[in-house]
Design a protein around this ligand. Structure first.
Ligand code: CA
Length: 525
């Protein structure tokens, strides 16, 4: 059954709409309003609704996403070669906390079954994570983890998994460079993610620059410090559990591996004794991001995530949106939505830092878009950003999290991270994320070992083909089969089920685990 020609316009001021039909529409197609297509227009690509004179704005989401390189007759395919990209909005003279988003009705009564940690945070999974100070120990740790899974884990059925927090950080990083603080605090804060129950154990080489005490100084793991001090009367300094491979006591490889297993067992015993308990939905710390975006991302999946973001904020939860280069072009929307001038200034500070970081590498935000984005109908970063930013919903932005820092309050937060899926996910883990939502249009099988990842497809065609990789099909919105609110609520309920361990995401079922990737703006020697 072929559907009648279907185009979607996002805003009354738009002079383009995107083609929704699978496979696109051929030249000569007559749209519902009588407009005849002059070109074949691929799915998710733009069609000019009116004649657009040379030099005038092409508008989508009510904003200029570019300026016509030549005159574009109504009914033409508006592809990226026909658009000049506008300059990025300057960071001065922005509206500061001018919009007061209406306070939304609190959403009460929603709960999930989580692991309450002694520090008050809540895990959605019960995982033993093994921290590594340096890449040199990754192979040994990986070997040990395989043995832990085979020999120990079956005896501890309440523990979901054992994960080596592997990373590429070595002594090459100029550790005293100011920017090296970012990868160091990222590693520290990931070790303290709520899904690991405060059971920090470290594998160290011995000679590395990033010594365990520098990574996790006394006091950085309060719970473990307190327990160990109370249990054995040790000083807080002695509380950090470190297996050092260069330790004289280790003779031979298996001696190192056995040490790791011995230490792991103590943590597994404590983790295994934990039980899920009913906690309010406000304990969710959700990181949202997108990857492999297309022009539907901003029409279906991201607006549904945005609706769900509002539900979560109303329920008192924490939601982080990120991806600097994908929100940079909407900075005025964000600063105006800040709950206080201080929050707006913190966002501007993060954007300015990132502008300078990109300029140092002699690129700008336009380096973000991929060939797949363009094939998916996104002409440039402005168009991509307008579709990305809607994941943040409509609530006031109540805080900013610098890269690698922990989120310190609830509500809607801007966590400043690169748009790279892996770096963004890694930094959101460090911020304390216990559930991840990921939207995709082109399709990516992304997953993390540390936290469940719920994937939302922007198109029904993708959801059908990747039926055992996509958890939610937001393409039904473009098909006219569901509203943004319907998919938003579906996602909200799925999140509570996944957080409770009642449902596993596809990425969990297949154990699709992408690497942690540290954001390291510091020089490497
Ligand atoms: Ca991304």
């Amino acid at each position: 059954m072929t559907r009648p020609p279907h185009t979607i316009r996002m805003h009354a001021a738009d002079n383009v709409a995107i083609v929704a039909n699978d496979g696109g529409l051929p030249a000569g197609t007559v749209l519902a309003d009588g407009l005849v297509l002059l070109d074949k227009v691929p799915q998710a690509h733009k069609v000019a609704l009116v004649d657009i004179p040379e030099g005038s704005a092409v508008r989508r989401y009510g904003v200029p996403i570019g300026y016509a390189v030549q005159s574009i007759p109504a009914g033409s395919w508006v592809h990226e070669r026909l658009l000049h990209m506008p300059d990025a909005r300057e960071l001065d003279g922005l509206p500061i906390a001018t919009t007061k988003p209406p306070a939304q009705e609190p959403l009460t009564g929603h709960t999930f079954e989580g692991y309450r940690n002694p520090d008050g945070s809540v895990g959605t999974r019960n995982i033993l994570a093994i921290t590594q100070t340096v890449q040199c120990v990754a192979g040994v740790t990986d070997f040990a983890v395989r043995r832990i899974k085979a020999e120990l884990l079956p005896r501890y059925p309440n523990v979901d998994d054992v994960v080596a927090l592997a990373h590429t950080y070595g002594c090459g990083v100029a550790i005293d460079a100011p920017d090296a603080a970012i990868p160091i605090r990222t590693l520290r804060n990931i070790s303290l993610n709520p899904n690991f129950g405060g059971e920090v154990m470290v594998v160290s080489l011995g000679c590395e620059k990033l010594q365990p005490e520098r990574l996790l100084p006394p006091g950085s793991i309060p719970l473990v410090d307190e327990r160990n001090v109370a249990d054995v009367g040790a000083s807080a300094d002695a509380a950090l559990d470190v297996v050092c491979l260069q330790d004289d006591a280790h003779v031979g490889f298996m001696s190192m591996v056995d040490s790791i297993l011995r230490q792991a067992e103590q943590h597994l015993e404590r983790l295994n004794a934990r039980r899920r308990e009913t906690v309010p939905a406000s304990e969710l710390v959700v990181g949202v991001q997108c990857g492999g975006s297309d022009a539907f991302s901003g029409v279906t999946a991201n607006p549904a995530v945005g609706f769900c973001t509002d539900l979560l904020v109303r329920a008192g939860a924490t939601v982080m949106f990120s991806e600097v280069t994908e929100v940079r072009d909407g900075i005025d929307q964000l600063t105006s939505r800040a709950s206080t001038p201080g929050v707006a200034q913190a966002m501007i500070g993060q954007m300015a830092w990132y502008d300078a970081y990109l300029a140092r590498g002699r690129v700008d935000r336009s380096a973000n878009t991929t060939p797949g984005n363009k094939k998916g109908g996104l002409s440039n970063i402005v168009e991509k950003a307008m579709g990305s930013i809607v994941k943040s919903g409509s609530a006031a932005i109540s805080g900013v999290v610098a890269p690698g820092e922990k989120a310190r309050h609830k509500g809607l937060l801007y966590a400043a991270t690169p748009a790279s899926d892996f770096i963004c996910g890694t930094l959101q883990l460090a911020a304390g994320m216990n559930l991840h939502v990921f939207t995709t249009g082109r399709g990516t099988p992304y997953g993390l070992a540390e936290v469940p990842v719920i994937k939302v497809a922007t198109r029904s065609d993708l959801a059908r083909r990747w039926h055992d990789l996509m958890d939610v099909n937001a393409g039904r919105i473009a098909d006219g089969e569901a509203g943004i609110e319907d998919v938003g609520w579906e996602l909200f309920h799925l999140m509570l089920d996944v957080a409770s361990g009642r449902r596993k995401t596809w990425a969990e079922r297949w154990k699709l685990h992408n690497a942690l990737v540290l954001f390291n703006p510091a020089p490497v020697t």
